[in-house]
Design a protein around this ligand. Structure first.
Ligand SMILES: NC(=O)c1ccc[n+]([C@@H]2O[C@H](COP(=O)([O-])OP(=O)(O)OC[C@H]3O[C@@H](n4cnc5c(N)ncnc54)[C@H](OP(=O)(O)O)[C@@H]3O)[C@@H](O)[C@H]2O)c1
Length: 300
């Protein structure tokens, strides 16, 4: 076995139920394949049923005995998430891994979710925040379950911050700062969640991951810049999925840890334990974001 952590290190996932958001494309689809190959029951969620079905067919073609289920989930719509969770709880009695993977990046113009939140903050953070909290009872009923949250190095950019004065970017929209805010929120949420789980003495853990720079559909909105970066910097999907797979399956992983590529500028390479970004280390701020997120969703 290689000294670098790779898919050969994934232990058997037989008997495990794993839910992946944004499983029809990129890192979500790649992760679904590897987890299915290792015997997990994989619930592939997608907001678009046709794309979801095509992705499921692709996994089935590659892994004929894959145990898969496709479910509709739109993270930009709180009532849709609530409906999804009700259906999920009807069908399944356990959840070993929730992989919060879906994401949108840098739409050139400001867009909103169904309930009027800025699209990146609303989808990447608030959608997953709500989904996770709704699924928490079933996760906590499943011994040693995990919540894996896919964040990004964009959370460590100078401009990445929680812009409390204009959280929804109504006054001035900056696509990259807004993406940075949403991915920093992912990290802060994961750490506050881990803290709360620990305080309850829960066996469920929250783990963070980032894929460095990996060529996927995510760069579609970046135009020429995306094409150039994909050519010069991007690593292959097979590498990009490893940090979140390690966070989901490595038996040595602990709650609150953060995995990312260990190679050049942490943009590429095999997954290693990474350092939590400075801006996510303030526990008071993490708690404040949690409370604010609850308030924003309340009543919807
Ligand atoms: N690729 C990278 O270099 C990179 C770097 C850092 C972090 N990340 C993170 O990695 C994660 C996966 O991204 P990716 O690179 O695999 O990109 P991708 O290929 O574009 O996949 C994103 C997935 O999220 C789904 N999604 C978007 N909006 C959604 C919504 N409202 N409800 C449900 N699903 C939704 C997409 O569905 P549709 O197909 O319907 O749009 C797609 O399945 C994201 O969280 C991203 O921020 C990626």
């Amino acid at each position: 076995m290689s000294t670098h952590w790779n898919t050969e290190n994934i232990p058997s996932q037989a008997g495990k139920t794993i839910l992946i958001t944004g499983a029809n494309s990129g890192l979500g689809l790649g992760s679904a394949k590897e987890l299915a190959r290792k015997g997990a029951k994989v619930i592939m969620t997608a907001r678009n049923q046709t794309k979801g079905q095509q992705a499921l067919n692709e996994v089935k073609r590659e892994i004929p005995n894959a145990d898969l289920e496709l479910m509709n989930l739109d993270l930009a719509d709180i009532p849709n998430i609530r409906k999804f969770v009700a259906e999920f709880k009807n069908k399944f009695k356990k959840l070993d891994v929730l992989m919060n993977n879906a994401g949108v990046m840098m739409p050139p113009k400001r867009q909103e979710t169904k309930q009027g939140f800025e699209l990146q903050f609303g989808t990447n953070h608030l959608g997953h925040f709500f989904l996770t909290n709704e699924l928490l009872p079933i996760l906590e009923q499943t011994p040693n379950s995990r919540i894996v949250i896919t964040t990004s190095q964009a959370a460590d950019l100078k401009e990445a911050d929680i812009y409390y004065d204009d959280l929804q970017w109504k006054n001035s929209y900056k696509k990259s700062a807004s993406y940075g805010q949403s991915k920093l929120a992912n990290m802060m949420f994961g750490l506050e969640l881990q803290k709360r789980l620990e305080e309850k003495g829960s066996s469920t853990i929250a783990v963070l991951a980032h894929p460095g720079y990996t060529k996927t559909n995510l760069q579609d909105e970046m135009g020429l810049q995306g094409v150039i970066l994909n050519f010069l910097v991007a690593q292959k999907l097979e590498m990009g999925i490893l940090p979140q797979l390690r966070a989901a399956t490595d038996l040595d992983v602990k709650g609150g840890e953060f995995y990312g590529p260990g190679g050049w500028r942490n943009l590429r390479g095999y997954p290693v334990l990474d350092k939590i970004y400075e801006k996510a280390l303030d526990e008071k701020n993490n708690k404040k974001l949690w409370q604010l997120s609850e308030e924003l969703i309340q009543g919807i």
